[in-house]
Design a protein around this ligand. Structure first.
Ligand code: DI6
Ligand code: FE
Length: 407
């Protein structure tokens, strides 16, 4: 009877362990896999003599933890390509939103779509992420803004995880923007969300975390605090779209609720970043939205580094501000626009992205962690935030089983 289901040999490994030096590299490594987890990993010369049902040489290729996209809105219907022309005529994101475009136009399309149509449209985007080595993805609601559609979105997100054999973590984002039916009655909308929609979604097992949009075109700190109090009462962690378009006090609010993460942060104040540092919240940077909006205010990466705030990177895949279905592109943009190092970029989509989702069983390659492993045709892991438009994935293993192989 074999001890291991699979033994991988002749590989170089970037474990991404925090205590492992640059990238946590193990050269000429071997990996023993049992029951979908890493049973042993280390220099091949030190490998224990466990028997393996299957042994595979990886020909000297590099292994990293499978990628984790910790911030997406990838379930939606339609798209917003028409806004490109509006922007070329000088209209800004907020102006388009106030004129009834933006999120609300995606809401209309998403409400009209059946669950099957929503699943089919979203599957195309999830397949693109998985082809690039993503094994875990966070998916938000927030394009329903009514009872039926918010739950429909979350059910589709769960179904996508099953269909693709990936881990999907859902975030309830009913507080994405004001539902059209509640114009001028924001406080009533917040009450509707926290008293009716969130409890029902939670009771059906559809919610892993609660998110909100803290911004002048969305909701105030006080309104979001009500949603977050309801999340806390249900035992759900929170995360927050914070200080994306203005210093709206989002980082500080996220810290007050010990949020898993504060996301965007272009306009976060030093006090807000210091608050995040004190609570250990992860800063999730979203360069796709920064680029698409033509933003010029950079997030304070130096401040985040100096205060030891963990930095994650995500695609923010959404039809309005970040039509990006590529986590590798987000890595390259984080390197080129936000000046993160290649190691920070790879940590940002592995170890730190796992932290942003409170997933302690992945994000590094070490004994006991899930065998979610990406195999790359690169000369060094730094290339993963270097190429734009070239996907060097050779193979993706999810739970130790091949999920994607280079054709
Ligand atoms: N911030 C964003 O960039 C997205 N949502 C949010 O809170 C935009 C979503 C959209 O425009 O569809
Ligand atoms: Fe977002």
């Amino acid at each position: 009877m074999a001890d291991w289901e699979l033994l991988l040999t002749d590989a170089n490994v970037a474990t991404m362990r925090e205590d492992g030096g640059a990238y946590g590299v193990i050269e000429q490594a071997a990996v023993g896999i049992a029951d979908g987890d890493i049973a042993w990993i280390g220099p091949a010369g030190e490998r224990p003599r466990n028997r393996a049902a299957q042994t595979r040489s990886l020909g000297g290729r590099w292994l990293t933890p499978a990628l984790i996209d910790c911030h997406t809105h990838l379930v939606f219907a339609g798209n917003r390509a028409s806004e490109l022309e509006q922007r070329r005529q000088g209209a800004g994101y907020e102006e388009i939103a106030r004129a009834g475009g933006g999120i609300v136009s995606t809401v209309t399309a998403t409400r009209q779509a059946s669950a099957e149509e929503l699943l089919a449209a979203s599957a195309v985007r999830l397949a693109a992420l998985r082809r690039e080595g993503v094994a875990t993805v966070e998916i938000k609601s927030g394009y329903g803004l009514d009872f039926e559609t918010e739950l429909k979105m979350l059910r589709v997100a769960r179904a996508l995880g099953v269909e693709f054999g990936m881990t999907v973590r859902t975030s309830f984002l009913g507080a994405h923007t004001l539902a059209p039916e509640y114009q001028g009655r924001a406080d009533e909308y917040i009450a509707f969300l926290k008293d009716r929609v969130l409890p029902a979604a939670h009771a059906q097992g559809l919610v892993d975390a609660v998110d909100a949009y803290c911004e002048r075109i969305a909701f105030s700190e006080a309104q979001i605090a009500e949603i977050f109090e309801a999340a806390r009462a249900l035992g759900l962690p929170v995360k927050l779209h914070a200080d994306q378009l203005s210093d709206s006090g989002g980082a500080k609010l996220a810290a007050e609720f010990h949020a898993l993460s504060a996301d965007h942060l272009e306009y976060a104040s030093d006090a807000g970043i210091e608050a995040l540092a004190e609570t250990g919240s992860v800063a999730v940077l979203l360069p796709g939205a920064f680029l698409t909006l033509g933003e010029t205010q950079l997030p304070s990466v130096e401040r985040l580094r100096a205060l030891g705030v963990p930095i994650a990177i995500a695609s923010d895949c959404n039809p309005g501000t970040s039509p990006v279905c590529s986590l590798q592109t987000a890595m390259m943009l984080a390197a080129s626009l936000f000046k993160l190092t290649p190691q920070e970029c790879l940590a940002g989509v592995t170890r730190e992205a796992a932290r942003a989702l409170a997933l302690a069983d992945r994000g590094t390659l070490e004994a006991g962690m899930r065998a979610d492993i990406a195999v790359w045709d690169v000369g060094h892991p730094r290339e993963l935030s270097y190429w734009l438009g070239l996907n060097p994935l050779h193979e993706l293993l999810i739970g130790g089983r091949p999920a994607v192989a280079r054709p």
